[in-house]
Design a protein around this ligand. Structure first.
Ligand SMILES: NC(=O)c1ccc[n+]([C@@H]2O[C@H](COP(=O)([O-])OP(=O)(O)OC[C@H]3O[C@@H](n4cnc5c(N)ncnc54)[C@H](OP(=O)(O)O)[C@@H]3O)[C@@H](O)[C@H]2O)c1
Length: 429
């Protein structure tokens, strides 16, 4: 029986280079374990002059990526170049040509998922993307297969290692944001341009994929509200710790108000919550379901080796399907569902306010919240000369009402500054 699969890899950077090295060097070990002879025949890159960490026994490196997809010797295409347009068009062409595709590209899946899944379904071939969320953490397969029958209530994810590293340094050592970011860059946890990570955009793409798989309703990258960590201060980390919380950048996907809400923003989570102990660049995904209870998946969310392990698992899975020769029907289906606007979602806020220290200020602040229909859960006040610090935690109210309360607050005369706002995740109302 022929067990040989010709593989074309589009992109040979951090993940692609590692994957190719593993496929070449571990070829015999993989064959012994799986019975599959996985052969890298073609590799596509942008810069043919760049030195590579791998050497191909019999394959070739090219700048013509379409020729890889079109090559009749290529049975399976692995997309590890990133981006939506060119990568998406090549993936689509491969699927339409009846070739299985494996990708780690969260941006592509979160923006063109339904189009690509439909093409895979038409051709009866797998489209697998385990590495697109959580790097080396198995999460796509558990969500789309193991938990396919569980009516999941909520998914919370720390899905960006760069921001979790920065927030851990700020919480543990009182580092300010700029210093923690510089350290993350020095250690290779943050890109020279960290915008996609620190703004929450990278996490938003991953949250969109998690939400789509958890609820079976398509949530695209543009449906996810996101806020980053750039304005967080170590002062708030310290206050959070005093109140029994840790600040994390969390992707939240939940059923609420008859629909699905998906968002990414910093949240204060209780120190007893399993996500509170996720430190440094580690990622974790926490799933709540009525029958399964609570599940935590944690591990390395990025990096060449862990991510290539997840990609390799998909390659082996897709190769097995290919050799079995059967038409594969998609493991993922979406049905129409309502996406709840963020303004309607009940949230709970912590605010740090700088005010003039004068009689009646607390009453004015309370009435600003009351006018917007938001009630205050607790207030902590500290005076310093003519200025006072007010720390306020509200009860849960629609996000739009919380924002309206802050608009009212800005009109309160003794208010000097709304120094920070962080949403609070807790069991209490
Ligand atoms: N890095 C991680 O830890 C990680 C984790 C999870 C998922 N991912 C995802 O995996 C994918 C790859 O990430 P990466 O970190 O490996 O990226 P990378 O290091 O930047 O590598 C990208 C590769 O694609 C090639 N490429 C890019 N645009 C191209 C074009 N227009 N034409 C031809 N070749 C092109 C590059 O060629 P040259 O080498 O010639 O420049 C390079 O080999 C992305 O979708 C990313 O989101 C990465």
């Amino acid at each position: 029986m022929n067990t040989s699969i010709g593989i074309g890899v589009l992109g040979a950077g951090t993940v692609g280079g590692t994957l190719i090295t593993r496929l070449v060097e571990d070829r015999a070990a993989i064959a012994a374990k799986t019975g599959l002879d996985l052969r890298v025949l073609r590799v596509g890159v942008r810069d043919l002059g760049k030195e590579r960490s791998f050497s191909l026994e019999y394959g070739s490196v090219t700048g013509d990526l379409q020729s890889i997809v079109d090559d009749p010797d290529i049975d399976l295409v692995v997309e590890l170049m990133g981006g939506r347009e060119l990568a998406g068009d090549l993936v689509l062409a491969a699927l339409e040509a009846g070739k299985p595709v494996v990708t780690a590209n969260k941006e592509l899946v979160a923006s063109r998922g339904p189009e690509l899944i439909a093409a895979a379904e038409r051709s009866g071939v797998p489209l697998l993307f385990e590495a697109a969320v959580g790097g080396g953490i198995p999460i796509i397969r558990p969500l789309s297969e193991t938990l396919a029958g569980e009516p999941i209530d909520r998914v919370l994810g720390i899905v960006n290692g760069t921001t979790n590293f920065i927030l851990t340094r700020m919480a543990d050592d009182g580092a300010d944001y700029a210093d923690a970011l510089a350290e993350a860059q020095e250690l290779g946890y943050a890109e020279p341009d960290p915008t996609a990570d620190v703004s929450g955009a990278d996490a938003a793409a991953k949250a969109a994929i998690l939400a789509s798989l958890a609820f079976g309703t398509w949530v695209g990258i543009d449906d996810v509200y996101h806020e980053g960590i750039e304005t967080l201060s170590p002062i708030d980390m310290a206050f959070a710790a005093d109140f029994g919380y840790v600040v994390k950048l969390v992707g939240i996907a939940e059923r609420t108000g008859g629909g699905v809400s998906t968002r990414v923003h910093p949240v204060m989570i209780p120190t007893a919550h399993p996500l509170a102990s996720i430190r440094g660049a580690t990622n974790a995904i926490f799933i709540e379901g009525p029958s399964v209870g609570e599940l935590l998946f944690a591990g390395p969310g990025a990096g060449g080796d862990p991510t290539a392990t997840a990609v390799l698992g998909d390659v082996i899975d897709a190769a097995r399907e290919t050799l079995a020769g059967a038409q594969v029907s998609s493991r993922i289906r979406f049905s129409p569902g309502e996406l709840v606007p963020f303004g309607d979602v009940p949230t709970k806020w912590y605010l740090r306010l700088e005010v003039d220290d004068q009689p009646g200020v607390l009453a004015q602040v309370a009435s600003a919240f009351g006018d917007a229909g938001v009630s205050i859960k607790s207030v902590w006040q500290e005076g310093e000369g003519s200025e006072a610090l007010l720390l306020i935690v509200t009860h849960r109210a629609p996000e739009a009402a919380q924002r309206a309360a802050v608009d009212h607050l800005r009109k309160v005369k003794p208010l000097r500054n709304v120094a920070s706002i962080i949403r609070v995740e807790s069991e209490e109302p």
